[in-house]
Write a new protein. Structure first.
Length: 732
């Protein structure tokens, strides 16, 4: 009996040891399970925040696409149309977190003064216009992207700001232009902000014709400008990342090494800034890491990559020390040992059930966050059309006089205008159907439905008021544009017909006057000087009038694209000398000289005559009698260069491009009192362009203006000697 008791005792001792060890292991495992549960909860919170940030970004992309649609529908959007359209978007509450919307056309540097003048005199919104509008900072590139329209008006400090002046903004603009997609900038500080406040701007390119071209080269050629959606992080992102369980910051890591960043943050966690990311790349302020483990998630921004870094606010549950636990468990071994085997199985089942419940709860939280942040209302219908689930937005759109939406049949909530709504929802193509319906209050609703289960339908509803109004605005804009284009074509045709008729009617009598006055001058200049002088004055004025008429004829033909060049290899210097000689009566009161070198080039003598006649008449008209006029012909690198210098008052720098436009003349006193059509210099430039050249206006060493005409197509046979083998100046 003693031996049996001793054997029993000896058998119980190992059993008790086993029980202690097993109980200790179970307790340690329980502590580890709590840590794992804590980790899963924090991971789920971080995943939910990342999904919310992604959903917010997608809303920003949709708003950029919507604003691009306004400019794609019309070649010219007026300021009041932009204001009305953006006001509708802000009023519809779909722009939550959006700081500003803008429009920035791509403008060549030489066209900036004209743009500034247009915006300053635009009275479509402000009766006094915008007198202080100017493009800043000063443009150094060949083109600029100034902010012309911006909404709301509280962002008016950005008017005129050249987005292309900053390399980051310029890179995002060019990427949006070349890809046709919505592109985000890196984090930056807005123009109107006084304090450092991180923000990003989404750009969407607008092209001629409204559609996105197929290739990069075609997109660059058709590029008109970009619409902007400004997202300040504290308004657009911060509201959706609030979670009491975690602290979060956000970085732009497009150029960072994400793998190295993850390895670094999983170490001592002394610095939560991803490796390679400058502090300026933060979209939200950093937090104190102080002994925590960082969790990272990648967020795909439009054209960039963001890194979300988070850490739990509460400390992770501490592990249980088995050496301390075991002595405390010994008094309980007798009781616990009896239930150990059954307890382990029950505990495992409870743990598995709790893990499953936590996963379900986290999944429900993620789904609820997505539904709450969606701008669309969501409905779940059964096979009979009864609403089983309705989001808050769906309740707002479809509830009538406070009646609940859930358990109500869809036929009482929507009308389609084409039979029962349920029939239209079931009439799907590839599992999807879209149509426009009406709510009980008469509001237009965009409806999209997909098959959810065999007997259920998931329906998305969105307020179509803004879209319908925008479409109406676009239709009216298209009608106005067509009417304006038709009026412009009619006016252009009438103007060309008038110019053609007047010029031809004047040419015949002027030719007779010039011929008879030249004959009279030849016959009387020696015998009757008074009559000869009068005849010479008639000849001079008649030549001026003939030149004006010739300008009108050339102008009319160039506008109709009816001017055909007759190129021939000619000596440019000899041709210019002949032209100067023929213009002698017009310049007989000036000291005229011509110099040059023999240059053979493929030119149209008639076009060169028209160019030189206009430049010489300008010199005679705007310079005092007795002053110098110098003409020079020299070989150029790719052709021939002809210059005309005078001693007149010159042309102000701000008018040197303007006077080459149609119907434009200088603002000086001589221009106000002299005869002119305002098309002569335009004809000069057009003819030079058609012969492969150009014309520029510079300051002359004589004190007045210097017109330089460069013509291409130089041929062999160039000589360094002037006519008759004498270099230098030949007086005329």
């Amino acid at each position: 009996m003693v031996q049996s008791r001793g054997g029993l005792r000896n058998a119980l001792i190992p059993a008790l040891v086993v029980i202690v060890v097993v109980l200790t292991i179970l307790t340690v495992n329980t502590s580890r399970a709590e840590q794992e549960e804590f980790d899963r909860d924090i991971e789920a919170a971080v995943d939910l925040v990342a999904q919310r940030v992604d959903a917010r970004l997608q809303r920003g992309v949709l708003e950029a696409e919507a604003l691009r649609g306004l400019f794609a529908a019309s070649e010219e959007v007026e300021a009041d149309e932009f204001a009305a359209y953006t006001s509708l978007l802000f009023d519809s509450e779909t722009l939550e977190g959006v700081t500003a919307l803008g429009w920035s056309p791509r403008v060549l540097r030489e066209d900036i003064p004209a743009l500034e003048a247009t915006v300053r005199t635009d009275t479509s919104i402000n009766p006094d216009g915008n007198p202080t509008f100017e493009v800043f900072p000063p443009v150094t590139d060949v083109d600029a992207d100034p902010v012309v329209y911006v909404a709301p008006n509280s962002n008016s400090a950005a008017w005129g700001f050249n987005l292309a002046s900053n390399p980051s903004r310029r890179a995002a603009l060019d990427a949006a232009r070349d890809t046709g997609e919505v592109i985000s900038t890196e984090p930056l500080v807005l123009v109107q902000e006084e304090a450092d406040s991180a923000a990003v701007i989404l750009y969407a390119a607008v092209y001629e014709g409204g559609r996105t071209p197929a290739t990069v080269a075609e997109r660059q050629a058709a590029y008109r400008g970009s619409v902007s959606v400004v997202l300040r992080s504290v308004e657009f992102i911060a509201p959706v990342i609030a979670d009491p369980r975690i602290e979060v910051t956000l970085y732009d890591v497009t150029t960072a090494d994400v793998a190295e960043s993850a390895a670094q943050s999983q170490s001592a966690a002394a610095d939560l800034t991803p490796q390679g990311v400058a502090p300026a790349a933060m979209l939200l302020p950093a937090f104190d890491p102080a002994g925590r483990t960082a969790i990272e998630r990648v967020v795909d921004a439009p054209g960039r990559e963001w890194m979300l870094v988070a850490s739990a606010v509460e400390p992770r549950p501490a592990a249980v020390d088995a050496g301390i636990l075991m002595p405390r468990l010994l008094p309980l071994l007798a009781v616990v040992g009896l239930f150990l085997i059954l307890g382990r199985s029950e505990r495992r089942a409870l743990d598995e059930a709790q893990v499953a419940a936590e996963e379900v709860r986290a999944s429900e939280q993620r789904l609820g966050a997505l539904v709450a942040s969606s701008p669309d209302g969501l409905l779940l219908l059964d096979a009979e059309g009864a609403v089983q689930f309705a989001s808050n937005e769906a309740d707002r759109l479809l509830s009538y006089h406070g009646q609940p939406v859930v358990d109500t049949n869809i036929e009482a909530l929507l009308s389609s205008g084409r039979g029962p709504v349920l029939d239209r929802l079931r009439d799907m193509t590839d599992g999807r159907v879209e149509f426009e319906g009406r709510s009980p209050s008469g509001t237009g609703i965009d409806v999209t439905a997909v098959a959810f289960d065999d007997d259920q339908i998931l329906v998305s509803v969105r307020d179509a008021t803004a879209r319908i109004r925008a479409f109406d605005l676009m239709e009216r804009a298209v009608v106005r544009e067509r009417q304006a284009a038709e009026r412009e074509r009619e006016l252009a045709a009438s103007r060309r017909a008038l110019l053609s008729t007047v010029s031809h009617e004047l040419k015949t009598p002027l030719t007779a006057i010039l011929g008879f006055s030249s004959l009279l001058n030849q016959q009387t200049k020696d015998d009757n000087p008074v009559v000869g002088q009068a005849a010479n004055r008639i000849v001079r004025n008649a030549k001026t009038l003939v030149s004006l008429v010739d300008d009108l004829v050339a102008f009319s033909r160039l506008e109709r694209d009816d001017f055909v060049l007759d190129l021939a290899d000619v000596d440019a210097c000899a041709l210019v000398e002949d032209i100067v000689e023929s213009m002698r009566p017009v310049l007989d009161q000036h000291q005229l000289t011509v110099s040059g070198q023999s240059v053979t080039a493929a030119l149209d003598p008639t076009a060169v005559t028209r160019i030189m006649s206009n430049l010489l008449i300008n010199a005679a008209r705007y310079t005092p009698p007795g002053t110098h006029v110098e003409v020079a012909v020299v070989p150029d690198r790719d052709g021939v260069r002809i210059s005309v210098d005078d001693s007149g008052p010159g042309v102000p720098a701000d008018e040197r491009q303007l006077i080459f436009e149609r119907y434009q003349r200088g603002s000086g006193g001589a221009a106000a009192t002299s005869v002119g059509t305002g098309v002569g210099l335009w004809v000069v430039r057009e003819l030079a362009h058609r012969m492969g050249g150009d014309v520029v206006l510079e300051d002359s060493q004589l004190g007045g203006a210097r017109f330089v005409v460069r013509l291409a197509s130089t041929h062999a046979g160039m000589s360094t000697d002037a006519p008759d083998g004498q270099p230098g100046t030949v007086p005329v």
